[in-house]
Design a protein around this ligand. Structure first.
Ligand SMILES: Nc1ncnc2c1ncn2[C@@H]1O[C@H](COP(=O)(O)OP(=O)(O)OP(=O)(O)O)[C@@H](O)[C@H]1O
Length: 314
């Protein structure tokens, strides 16, 4: 499969702060590739370098076979981007936002109008075509921003946290459209700190933290590799934990301890683990068995949750 993005030992330094610390990855044509990580991981910085918006400090970065250091004009003309912050023009109508943006790519007005109509229909915004952006809901603004990112019919669409701050219904509508675009063969790159978004949309992803890539792979494979099918969550006083872990060692393949919380990975022995736990009930304040997910992978790799506001200790 042809790579549309190749990064080798990519580094980004802001003055004295190294936001991206020598990462390597490769993105194939037609896939949805994700950068998953908490705030400050370096996701936006990385996609901004792919979009040729930020210069690379060191390392190699090729997009669509061209070098971002020398061929950025050609690369940019073939990319679409949707930034996390709303940067739609509030003075213009929905329709005008698309047509004016198209002019930056040298697209003729009749062609731009035709594409704008198609995109407004596709993103369920046709009845809003003549209102200004201020009159749109958050979900509509985000859909318009994605429509605008597609106006030049890009080879690659970059989405920086496309559904952050949206309600579940607005989020699902955007996921639906992005999945359709992928089915039509579009290459998508997205950053997110929503594990559900990453699991639903991404064919492959990297897990980033503090400027580094911790893991890379298909979402389901990463969960299987690090955790298995299930997680048993326990709340146990820290003084009791080593005794419990010792008693469970023949059943449990791995675990993560964060304060009083114990996250157990029982592999194929979930039933045996639960039976063994029943005999220990006195020391355990709380117990839950649930399917494993990408957040468990992140937790195991870093000892922290994906969202900064998330507390794992109750
Ligand atoms: N212009 C800048 N100058 C200095 N430091 C910066 C600049 N932009 C970003 N950073 C820092 O670089 C690190 C990575 O930021 P980045 O925005 O790439 O992270 P992120 O993973 O996209 O997080 P978020 O989800 O919050 O957008 C952070 O510590 C951030 O504070």
């Amino acid at each position: 499969m042809a790579a549309v993005v190749e990064a080798r030992e990519l580094v980004k330094k802001y003055k004295n702060f190294m936001a991206v610390k020598g990462i390597s990855f490769s993105i194939n044509r037609g896939e949805c590739f994700g950068f998953l990580g908490p705030n400050g991981a370096g996701k936006t910085t990385t996609v901004a370098m792919i979009y040729c918006f930020l210069p690379v400090t060191a390392g190699e970065l090729k997009v669509l076979g061209k070098d971002v250091k020398t061929d950025y004009r050609q690369i940019k003309s073939r990319l679409g981007v949707v930034w996390q912050e709303n940067n739609l023009d509030p003075e213009l109508t929905v329709f005008e936002n698309l047509v004016v943006y198209a002019s930056y790519f040298g697209i003729s007005t009749p062609e731009a109008q035709k594409r704008a109509e198609e995109l407004l229909n596709y993103f369920d915004l046709a009845d809003k075509r003549n209102v200004t952006v201020d009159n749109l809901s958050g979900g509509m603004k985000r859909r318009l921003a994605i429509a605008r990112g597609l106006i030049n019919r890009p080879d690659l669409l970059i989405l920086d946290e496309p559904t952050t701050g949206l309600d579940p219904e607005a989020r699902r509508l955007i996921w639906q459209r992005l999945l359709e675009l992928k089915e039509q063969g579009m290459t998508l790159i997205l950053t997110t700190h929503y594990l559900e978004e990453a699991s639903q949309l991404c064919d492959r992803l990297v897990i980033m933290d503090q400027g580094r890539i911790l893991e890379e792979g298909k979402p389901a494979d990463l969960v299987e590799k690090h955790i298995g099918r299930h997680v048993i969550e326990l709340r146990v006083p820290t003084a009791e934990q080593s005794k419990i872990l010792q008693l469970l060692q023949e059943y449990v393949q791995g675990y993560t301890a964060i304060g009083e919380m114990l996250f157990l990975y029982p592999g194929k022995k979930a039933a045996e683990t639960l039976t063994a736990l029943d005999r220990l009930a006195g020391a355990i304040y709380y117990r839950l068995q649930r399917p494993a997910n990408l957040e468990d992978v992140f937790l195991k790799l870093t000892g922290r949750g994906l969202k900064n506001d998330q507390k794992h200790l109750s």
